[in-house]
Design a protein around this ligand. Structure first.
Ligand SMILES: [Zn+2]
Length: 637
């Protein structure tokens, strides 16, 4: 059996660099067993353009020497029975890779792999006809990780007051002129992860779970998989414009990583951080000299320790490359706008809005300080602080060439995973507040009309709100069935209690904080009447529909004495609530992503392009078209 990557149906931007991986498989057992012992190592590979010359050997077409033959074996399980019986299928592989090639002329191409006495595998490729004209100077791409329309609807309910069925204020996203929907499914599965989906958004190529801007091949080395050029690499190389990468996650996480990393394994965090600075040095790849701005968490890949790449000090590596390095919000705010800047503000994921603004004592966790000390990271910026500073630096450093900024609200997803809806929705509101502030800032510097703003997600979670909960009544009942009587549906759902301060709480106390009136946040995060909210797939857990005041929630845990992949209700979580039996395998300790299409909000010179329903990869082509990133001829060496 033959495999070609990029596979059949792949689309390309004209002149986009990519690698080709060819594999010929000889399954040795199982239902796909073939009669020959070894795969054909003398296979041929040709490229033909429809309506053009006859098929040419790829070596001629791309002017590349014949790649060397590689061989390896891999095993896989045909189904769950084979897995339970531990009877893997063995496959022998012969393979070649063509590195850093491109197709410049729009049209249809046929790639043909011929092997084993005439067997043929073909891939039909489309180079889209995308003009080189640049219509926007800058792009700001906001990604609400895991954010769905249902979550935006719920966030609006807790932050904006409705009177007689009419919202008195709206979210920034609500005011965008153009709305589209993108389909998030991946190459080989209908549920995607954030690596796979980021690859689609940044390269225009669908990939597989855990893959960052590569197609996943079957070799052992996660770094040798066929790469595709990303929008950050294209923009950097073609225009020399500034690139900014901002996330509330640990910065080596998938959504920021896929802009510069090329690996089948998103877990190669140290390598990812090295790729931010130096790009990919192996297997012939594009030149990359680092982003202008890199802000987020994940200090454990920076201070010298076993989790930083080769144990090196990446604060020093970035500083040596000319970066200003800042480790807290105070330093961020006073940093010069002239220098490339690395800002790393905590170990792991950054603090959530709810903890920063309402329960700040939760930030006092030892060993979260970004310097690797025993201290806690109590002076952390929010997404808005990071994004506005990133814009200042990008604009100061690239007044003519423009910039591409990706800003990710990562913990919408992370808090949905752990069923912590209050944190997830306030992270979403922080994203909305950031969008609002970004537009005001761009307006103030005269760049709003030059900037295409895209707000989207990489995938969703099956979240919705079904009613309300009287948490006081629920806590006062004894049995699980009685507690469910606290749920109010339809006419009993009432109105949002999050938009009014709790006047019975002491002035200045947590429950009395007021954020509302055009500031985009709940006035009271801990009302008596909360939301009956939840996701469609979850582990065993207990639910009391009350804000988790001690910090992000842990819904399910492993209990001493049981297998370490058996998860049960966390007995110290939501103790006043009732038990909800899980729907996921017992090895799951949190919720999962779902199939839903996700929204794309658009404003700017190319806004109309983003309306309608389309594939996730189209977001890349729309942004690339807006920036004029097509290459019609090979760049001069
Ligand atoms: Zn996720």
């Amino acid at each position: 059996m033959g495999c070609i990557f990029p596979p059949d149906q792949a689309d390309f931007l004209p002149g986009q660099w990519f690698d080709i991986r060819l594999e010929v498989h000889a399954p040795q057992n199982g239902s796909e067993r073939v009669p020959y012992a070894n795969p054909d190592g003398n296979f041929t590979f040709t490229i033909a353009k429809e309506g053009g010359a006859d098929a040419q050997p790829a070596t001629q077409y791309f002017e590349r020497p014949e790649p060397k033959l590689e061989t390896w074996n891999f095993t896989w399980y045909e189904d769950l029975f084979a897995q339970a019986a531990d009877t893997p299928s063995l496959v022998k592989v012969a393979a070649k890779a063509y590195r850093k090639v491109a197709l410049y002329e729009p049209g249809q191409y046929i790639a043909t792999l011929t092997y084993q006495d005439g067997s043929i595998t073909q891939a039909n490729w489309t180079v889209r006809d995308i003009p080189t004209q640049r219509r926007a100077k800058n792009i700001v791409m906001f990604i609400g990780d895991g954010m769905t329309t249902n979550m935006i609807t719920a966030a609006r309910l807790i932050a904006h007051q409705s009177i007689n069925g009419k919202y008195q204020t709206l979210m920034a996203m609500d005011k965008f002129p153009v709305l589209g929907h993108q389909m998030t499914h991946s190459l080989d599965s209908f549920i995607t992860d954030s690596a796979n989906s980021a690859t689609a958004l940044y390269t225009g190529h669908k990939s597989t779970v855990n893959a960052l801007s590569v197609y996943g091949d079957s070799s052992k080395d996660p770094a040798d998989d066929p790469k595709v050029e990303t929008i950050a690499e294209l923009f950097h190389e073609i225009f020399g414009g500034g690139v900014g990468i901002v996330s509330t996650a640990f910065i080596a996480d998938a959504t920021p990583a896929a802009l510069t990393a090329h690996t089948r394994n998103r877990g190669q965090y140290g390598e990812v951080v090295d790729s931010f600075l130096r790009g990919i040095n192996n297997y012939t790849w594009v030149n990359w000299t680092g982003p202008d701005v890199l802000f987020g968490g994940g200090a454990e890949q920076f201070y010298p320790n076993s989790r930083s790449f080769q144990g090196k000090d990446y604060y020093a590596e970035f500083a040596d490359a000319g970066y200003n390095v800042v480790l807290n919000n105070t330093a961020l705010q006073t940093a010069s706008n002239d220098s490339k800047t690395l800002g790393i503000f905590s170990v792991s994921n950054m603090a959530k809005w709810l903890d920063r603004e309402v329960y700040p004592a939760n930030l006092d966790i030892s060993k979260t300080a970004p310097d690797g000390s025993n201290d806690s990271a109590t002076d952390q910026p929010g997404l808005k602080d990071m994004t506005l500073k990133a814009l200042e630096i990008l604009h100061t450093r690239n007044p003519e060439k423009g910039f591409f900024l990706m800003s990710e609200a990562a913990s919408i997803d992370k808090q949905m995973h752990v069923l912590d809806y209050d944190r997830a929705l306030t992270e979403l509101l922080e994203l909305d507040d950031t969008i609002k502030a970004t537009m005001a800032y761009l307006e103030s510097i005269g760049e709003l009309e030059n900037t295409q703003i895209v707000v989207t997600a990489d995938h969703g979670h099956g979240f919705d709100v079904m009613g309300s909960v009287d948490t006081k009544y629920l806590a006062a009942q004894d049995g699980d069935r009685e507690k469910r009587g606290a749920v109010g549906i339809y006419q009993e759902s009432g109105l949002s209690q999050y938009v009014r301060p709790n006047t019975s709480a002491p002035v200045g106390s947590d429950q009395n904080l007021v954020y509302s009136e055009g500031v985009n946040f709940p006035a009271n995060v801990d009302p008596r009447y909360t939301l009956l909210q939840g996701v469609a797939a979850y582990p065993d857990h207990r639910e009391n529909y009350t804000v988790h005041k001690q910090g992000p929630r842990i819904p399910a845990i492993n209990i001493t004495g049981f297998d370490d992949d058996d998860y049960y209700v966390n007995y110290i979580d939501a103790v006043t609530g009732y038990v909800v039996n899980g729907t996921l395998p017992v090895s799951a300790d949190q919720g999962v992503h779902s199939l839903t299409d996700v929204p794309v909000f658009s404003q700017g010179p190319c806004q109309a392009d983003f309306g309608g329903v389309y594939n996730s990869v189209d977001v890349f082509y729309k942004m690339a078209a807006c920036l004029g990133l097509s290459r019609t001829t090979p760049p001069q060496a």
